[in-house]
Design a protein around this ligand. Structure first.
Ligand code: NDP
Length: 268
């Protein structure tokens, strides 16, 4: 039986991924900040729940030690993250640090802790959940997108570095998905100069995909045995990426400016 380790499995894409792999006969280590609140995954066979906050280095060490002591882990899914939404000048330093600490450094730390195990086993796969916002720019999510570009670029480097030990690195980039992603945003101020455009932008985020659809792509990435770095998931991710490739990055930026500020018709 294969084993998968997932971060941020308390809701959304992480939880759907835990449920899908469990249903496909995998052994699942579902990690989350507050295991005491979990009621659904606790009912499932072959699911072990462990506490993990990806900003807590000591807890990462103890949880990875516990997990690797219990099972031989085949796949690690770095999924934990949240969306910081607002104009850059409105963010506090604390807002910015917490976003980078969670989305980028959290992924780096968990991966770093697992590498010696995968290197010794000469096998293993990291799947990092990024975003279509890690391939393109959007307004009012500059730090969020920055963390996802960071994970994309870092994953590319690491996929080359770890190939010498037969260890894989893949990214899965979803488009807008129906989850709690932007609900952790309570502490961001909203400045009057941006109010109208921000509202317009938020109105344009239409979560067209379900977390289950994204989990299917994570499953494909985990099981297809392909030497492929990037996967796109959700209704519009691949189309947005392909459009950028087709017209080039400069034209794509112009097009996105137009889309956000001239028209309300195009959906993201
Ligand atoms: P959810 O908010 O539903 O899930 C996010 C998960 O991350 C929760 O389990 C949350 O835990 C966890 N989390 C947040 N901070 C930490 C932390 N410090 N340590 C451990 N876990 C943490 O959103 P999604 O399912 O949408 O998000 C999952 C991933 O998908 C994210 O990386 C996100 O950026 C990415 N994504 C989502 C898209 C979308 O439209 N929804 C689009 C593109 C990418 P807790 O319950 O404790 O808060």
């Amino acid at each position: 039986m294969k084993t998968i380790f997932i971060t941020g499995a308390s809701s959304g894409i992480g939880k759907a991924t835990a449920k899908l792999f469990q249903s496909q006969g995998w052994n699942v280590i579902a990690t989350m900040r507050k295991p005491e609140n979990e009621t659904e995954l606790t009912q499932l066979e072959n699911v072990t729940i462990l506490a993990l906050d990806v900003t807590d280095i000591e807890q990462i060490k103890s949880t990875v030690t516990k997990a690797t002591g219990l099972f031989d882990i085949d796949v690690v899914v770095n999924n934990a993250g949240y969306g910081l939404l607002g104009a850059l000048e409105a963010y506090t330093n604390e807002n910015i640090i917490r976003q980078v600490d969670t989305n980028f450094l959290g992924t780096v730390r968990v991966t770093q802790e697992f590498i010696p195990h995968f290197r010794e086993a000469q096998k293993g796969l990291f799947i990092n959940v990024t975003s279509i916002g890690g391939h393109t720019g959007f307004p009012f999510t500059s730090i969020y997108n920055g963390t996802k570009w960071a994970v994309e670029g870092w994953s590319e480097c690491l996929s080359i570095e770890l190939s010498m030990f037969n260890v894989g690195v893949k990214t899965v980039a979803p488009s807008s998905t129906n989850t709690e992603l932007f609900s952790h945003n309570v502490d961001v101020k909203h400045l009057p100069f941006y109010e109208a455009t921000e509202k317009k932008m938020v109105g344009m985020i239409k979560p067209a995909s379900s977390p289950e659809e994204i989990a299917e792509v994570i499953f494909e990435a985990a099981t297809d045995d392909k030497d492929q770095l990037r996967y796109f998931a959700g209704k519009s991710s691949k189309a947005i990426y392909d459009r950028r490739q087709e017209i080039g990055a400069e034209a794509s930026v112009k097009e996105i400016k137009k889309m956000y500020f001239d028209s309300l018709k195009t959906e993201v």
